[in-house]
Design a protein around this ligand. Structure first.
Ligand SMILES: Nc1ncnc2c1ncn2[C@@H]1O[C@H](COP(=O)(O)OP(=O)(O)OP(=O)(O)O)[C@@H](O)[C@H]1O
Ligand SMILES: [Mg+2]
Length: 345
C-alpha cells in the first residue's frame, strides 16, 4: 500500500504516485524487507536473500536529504540540523530511520523497514515454514501458561514479527500494554494499548523513555506487558514488572543464540546499575523461556526454544527444542520444559 501523506509533496516525491517517491516501487515489491539509501543514484534492497543494488532516481545528495525530510514529516517527526536523526513509523507499516550529514558522512542515510509480516498469525508462520509444528506447540503452551518470554535473534531476524504472532494467540479477555520505540507490533487482538517512546525536543525537554513507559504501564491494569525491544536501562523496569506479579510479558533482545541471552541480559542490567547477582536472580525468577529467531538460507525460522536456569550463580538458557536439518530435536531441558511450561498451560 503506498504511503499516504498529509504533508505537502516535495519535488522528489511529487513526480511519483506513491508516498515514498522513487523508493515506493521497492516497498511495493513482494518479498522486499529493507530499502536502504546511503548515496545518490542507487538503493540497496533486501529481498530476503541478501542485499542487491538498484538504480534509483535520487540523483544528488540534496534529493536524498529532501526525501528523508519529507518521509520524517509524513511520520509526524522532524528531521533538520537541530535534530539530525529520526526513527518513525510511516503510514502503511513502514519504519523509517534517517540520519542527516554531517552526522552521516557525505549523504543522508535512509533505512526503511517494511513490516508487512507484522500481522501474521502463528498458523501463517507455520504455513510459511518459519515455525515447525513441534515448535508451534511449544510456543502456544508458553502463551497459554502465561510464561514470560524473551524473543532473541540477530538484527532483522524476525523477532518483532514473531512477537506479533505470539500476541495474536493471547486470549481476547486479556488486556495487553505494548511499549515500543516506533510502533511496529501489530497483533491481531481486540484489546491492545500502545505506548510509544518520545524523544526529547530540540531544547532537550519532553522525553518519555521506554523505562518510564514500562513503569506507567503497571498502573494501567495490564494482563501482559510487552516491550518491543529491550536495548538499555529499561530492562530493570521490565524485570521489576516480571517479579511483581506481571506474568506473560514478552520482550525482544538482540542475541546471536539462546546461549548468548544471559550475557546480554547481565550487560543490560549493568547499564541499569544492577549487580550480576541481582540480574541473575531477577531474570531467572521473572522470565521463564527464550524463543530464538534465525535467518537461514531457507528463510527465517524459530530455531530454538529454551528455559532459564541458574547454575553456580550464573544465568543459563538450556535448550528444550532445537531445529536441525533432520527435524526438531529435544534438548537437555525438554523434560523440565514439559514440567514447568506444558503442565502450567
Ligand atoms: N517469518 C518471516 N518470513 C518472511 N519475512 C519475515 C518473517 N519474519 C519477518 N519477516 C520480515 O523481515 C523483516 C524483519 O522482521 P522484524 O522486523 O520482525 O525483525 P526484527 O528481528 O524485529 O528486526 P530488528 O532487529 O530490526 O528489530 C520485516 O520486513 C518482516 O516483514
Ligand atoms: Mg524488531
Amino acid at each position: 500500500m503506498p504511503l499516504q501523506s498529509s504533508v505537502e509533496s516535495s519535488s522528489v516525491v511529487g513526480h511519483h504516485s506513491g508516498g515514498a517517491g522513487p523508493l515506493q516501487e521497492f516497498l511495493d515489491t513482494p518479498g522486499v524487507t529493507d530499502v536502504l539509501v546511503n548515496a545518490p543514484g542507487y538503493a540497496w534492497i533486501d529481498t530476503g536473500t541478501g542485499l542487491e543494488q538498484r538504480p534509483v532516481a535520487l540523483p544528488t545528495a540534496g534529493s536524498v536529504r529532501e526525501l528523508a525530510v519529507f518521509l520524517a514529516a509524513s511520520g509526524g517527526r522532524r528531521l533538520d540540523d537541530a535534530s539530525p536523526m529520526v526513527d518513525a513509523r510511516l503510514p502503511g507499516g513502514v519504519r523509517l530511520h534517517a540520519v542527516l550529514p554531517p552526522v552521516a558522512d557525505g549523504c543522508t542515510v535512509i533505512s526503511l523497514r517494511v513490516v508487512r509480516g507484522g500481522s501474521h498469525s502463528l498458523e501463517d508462520m507455520e504455513t510459511m515454514g518459519t515455525v515447525a509444528p513441534a515448535i508451534g506447540v511449544a510456543l502456544r503452551s508458553l502463551v497459554k501458561a502465561r510464561a514470560s518470554v524473551v524473543i532473541s535473534g540477530a538484527t532483522g531476524s524476525g523477532k518483532t514479527t514473531l512477537v506479533s504472532a505470539l500476541l495474536s494467540c493471547v486470549s481476547p479477555q486479556e488486556r495487553m500494554v505494548i511499549i515500543e520505540e516506533a510502533g511496529e507490533l501489530e497483533p491481531r487482538h481486540p484489546h491492545v494499548v500502545r505506548l510509544v517512546e518520545r524523544r526529547p525536543n530540540i531544547e532537550g525537554a519532553g522525553a518519555v523513555s521506554l523505562a518510564t513507559l514500562v513503569r506507567e504501564s503497571l498502573r494501567m491494569r495490564p494482563d501482559r506487558i510487552v516491550l518491543g525491544e529491550c536495548r538499555g536501562v529499561e530492562i530493570a523496569d521490565v524485570l521489576t514488572a516480571a517479579n511483581t506479579g506481571h506474568r506473560g510479558g514478552m520482550v525482544t533482545l538482540h542475541a546471536n543464540s539462546i546461549h548468548e541471552v544471559p550475557a546480554r541480559v547481565v550487560a543490560l542490567c549493568a547499564l541499569a546499575g544492577m549487580s550480576e547477582r541481582a540480574a541473575v536472580l531477577q531474570t531467572s525468577a521473572g522470565f521463564q523461556a527464550v524463543a530464538h529467531m534465525e535467518r537461514t538460507a531457507h528463510g527465517r525460522v524459530v530455531s530454538e526454544v529454551g528455559i532459564f536456569s541458574v547454575d553456580a550463580d550464573r544465568l543459563r538458557v538450556d535448550s528444550a527444542l532445537r531445529v536441525t536439518r533432520d527435524g526438531v530435536e529435544e534438548g537437555p531441558a525438554w523434560h523440565r520444559w514439559r514440567e514447568s511450561v506444558e503442565q502450567a498451560s
